[in-house]
Write a protein that binds this ligand. Structure first.
Ligand code: SF4
Length: 206
């Protein structure tokens, strides 16, 4: 079972394969063969306990990485309590030598947990990378297919707007495939209105 893994100098953490979405481009569908995201080992036969995940970290030279990224083959904030517990233990262990901590997320943590988790991110998470994916709720729902339906789009936008109060760097990401210049500009405006960066990623389809 792979809990932590190295990628381009960062240490990635895979705590869960659960997700409330079923994105059409999700790498869990097995595209992009050869990508680290399609490694069979990232499919967890069961979720590791928080203690197992901590032990996996402690086997490594954690301060040597440029960043710690909670990502995985699923939505990491499904395990928000365990994720934050881990960050606290790592901060206790490594103090100021702990690399910056990022969560790659669909931005649905508040929707999933039914509470505002953003204040809990303060002092723990350095970067939130939130998949914006679309400039309208209808398009978003068609692409991401969240079990909560169209309201998930607004929930994600609200989460980002709230998170900027607690997390030093909040970034929206979109994938450039099938996006018109107008749609990209609309995404820029959505990000700008919320004080969030926009990062445009290339689509991986090999
Ligand atoms: S939010 Fe991420 S893990 Fe979930 S279905 Fe979409 S791409 Fe896959």
């Amino acid at each position: 079972m792979t809990i932590t893994y190295e990628y381009e100098g960062a240490l990635y953490v895979n705590l869960t394969n659960r997700c409330n979405c079923n994105c059409v481009f999700c790498l869990r569908h097995g595209k992009a063969q050869g990508s680290i995201y399609t490694e069979d080992s990232l499919w967890l036969e069961r979720e590791p306990t928080r203690e197992e995940a901590l032990a996996d970290f402690l086997r490594r030279d954690v301060p040597s990485y440029r960043e710690i990224v909670f990502c995985g083959y699923g939505e990491p904030t499904c395990r928000m309590d365990d994720l934050l517990w881990l960050v606290d233990r790592l901060k206790e262990t490594y103090g100021s030598n702990l690399p910056p901590v990022r969560i790659n997320t669909n931005g649905h943590a508040n929707l999933i947990h039914g509470r505002d988790v953003c204040p809990e991110l303060k002092g723990r998470i350095d970067t939130l990378s939130i998949s914006l994916n679309a400039s309208t709720a209808a398009e978003y729902t068609a692409i991401c297919r969240p079990i909560q339906g169209e309201k998930a789009y607004q929930a994600m936008l609200d989460f980002a707007a709230e998170a900027v109060n607690y997390v030093p760097r909040v970034v929206f990401t979109i994938v450039d495939k099938d996006k018109s210049p107008e749609e990209i500009e609309a995404c820029r405006a959505i990000a700008r209105e919320r004080g969030v960066e926009l990062r445009i990623r290339s689509y991986i389809d090999s």
